[in-house]
Design a protein around this ligand. Structure first.
Ligand SMILES: Cc1cc2nc3c(=O)[nH]c(=O)nc-3n(C[C@H](O)[C@H](O)[C@H](O)COP(=O)(O)OP(=O)(O)OC[C@H]3O[C@@H](n4cnc5c(N)ncnc54)[C@H](O)[C@@H]3O)c2cc1C
Length: 370
């Protein structure tokens, strides 16, 4: 609904009344169209809500450089990720539905093969193979070398569901969709242009019942008290004579791309938060590569970005303690692909159906820092 509104503004010198035209009313304004903003917007739209997105496009955001891997069993100790049973059951279906909506393919389900590190790990998986907690995620286990040109002398484990999402394609396709319904505006968010009311917000002529900040490692000042812990990551795109038809993973991942190249990554650096790749990062990746595969490679491209990570590895979701019309949906760290669909649905139910937010993801856990 389009209407004309009057309200007071405060600038450096005066307080006065101005006429300001509200061009559009939506349910939600979303700031940031990375993976988090895109998935939340889609989830809201599918639920019948209206959104408008403001985003400042940058080339090296976390979503733009990410490998897009999803994998239910992670870490040095190879354990199920947080809420794996709930998250992975519907994950591929979610992205298939998003592909249909966005009219573009970007989901690549591929098995992950992890060569055993040592006999002890091999034994562990032999036991886990009959453990109902893990059987859902085990595609197959081999106890002797099974893959050509791969260093897997005592075999390894193939996991499912796994694969990767081409996040760049996803973002571009979603943007085209948002643009086609005039729901996208390019540009940096300007705090001074936001009018906060008790039950609504108005930003650049658009009024909404809530504004949700999905700005990754650049938290808007309303939420800059949240203790982000950014982690730099480097990925290499390489050429090599390997003919991979699965994702190879141990310490690093090797993801085959449709053009025959391979993405090798990623590093984790909590100290050097610069946007440049480093010799150390490349040396680390080369070293890990050679633990898994024979031969050398040619580097085609380098990707560097900062993951919007958090101290307890759980997202930052919820409403501002003082202004209930301001929300955040952020902090997806290194697992944006698997976490955002589940968390977007969870947040939607909280916003629209008053369901409690899981305390593990709610920003309430950091209110004392506010
Ligand atoms: C090297 C690397 C590898 C990774 N690999 C994987 C992987 O394999 N699997 C996986 O699941 N995850 C991976 N991740 C993590 C994943 O990228 C993140 O979890 C996810 O993409 C975060 O998305 P986001 O939308 O929260 O943040 P972002 O991608 O940072 O998006 C935020 C958006 O908001 C915009 N923005 C910021 N500030 C403003 C402002 N003031 N005004 C307007 N717009 C603004 C930004 O320009 C951007 O478009 C990886 C990350 C890195 C760095």
């Amino acid at each position: 609904m389009v209407s004309l509104q009057i309200w007071s503004i405060i600038d450096q010198n005066s307080i006065g009344l101005i006429f300001f035209q509200i061009l559009k009313n939506v349910d939600y304004i979303i700031i940031g169209q990375g993976l988090a903003g895109s998935i939340l917007a889609y989830t809201l739209i599918k639920a019948g809500k209206t959104v408008h997105i403001f985003n400042q496009e940058k080339i090296n955001t976390s979503s733009r450089v990410a490998a897009g891997l999803y994998n239910p069993i992670t870490g040095r100790n190879m354990v199920k990720t947080w809420k794996a049973d709930e998250i992975f059951t519907g994950l591929e279906h979610f992205y298939r539905q998003l592909e249909l909506w966005a009219e573009k393919s970007f989901l690549y389900p591929i098995k992950i093969y992890r060569p055993f590190f040592d006999v002890s790990e091999q034994n562990d998986w032999q036991i886990r193979a009959s453990d109902p907690i893990y059987t859902l995620y085990i595609e197959s286990i081999t106890y002797k070398s099974a893959k050509e040109n791969i260093r897997d002398p005592i075999g390894g484990i193939s996991l499912k569901p796994s694969g990767f999402v081409d996040i760049n394609s996803l973002l571009d396709a979603c943007r085209a969709k948002f643009n086609s319904s005039n729901s996208y505006t390019e540009g940096i968010f300007e705090k001074d242009s936001l009018e906060i009311r008790k039950n609504s917000v108005i930003y650049r002529g658009i009024s909404a019942s809530k504004i949700v900040f999905c700005t990754g490692i650049s938290p808007i000042s309303f939420f800059d008290w949240l203790p982000f812990k950014p982690v730099k990551g480097v990925i290499l795109k390489i050429k090599n004579n390997l003919n991979l038809n699965f994702i190879l993973n141990r310490g690093i991942f090797l993801i085959p791309q449709s053009d025959g190249t391979i993405k090798v990554g990623a590093t984790y650096d909590w100290n050097d938060l610069s946007e440049a790749p480093t010799i150390e990062a490349e040396a680390f990746l080369k070293n890990k590569f050679n633990e898994l595969v024979d031969g050398d490679f040619e580097i085609i491209e380098r990707y560097v970005g900062l993951r919007p990570a958090t101290p307890d590895r759980r997202p930052f979701i919820g409403m501002h303690p003082e202004f209930q019309t301001l929300c955040t949906f952020n902090g997806f760290g290194s697992k944006g692909v698997s976490l955002t669909p589940y968390c977007a649905e969870h947040f939607y139910k909280h916003l629209e159906h008053n369901e409690n937010l899981n305390p593990a993801v709610s920003i309430n856990r950091y209110y004392s820092l506010f």
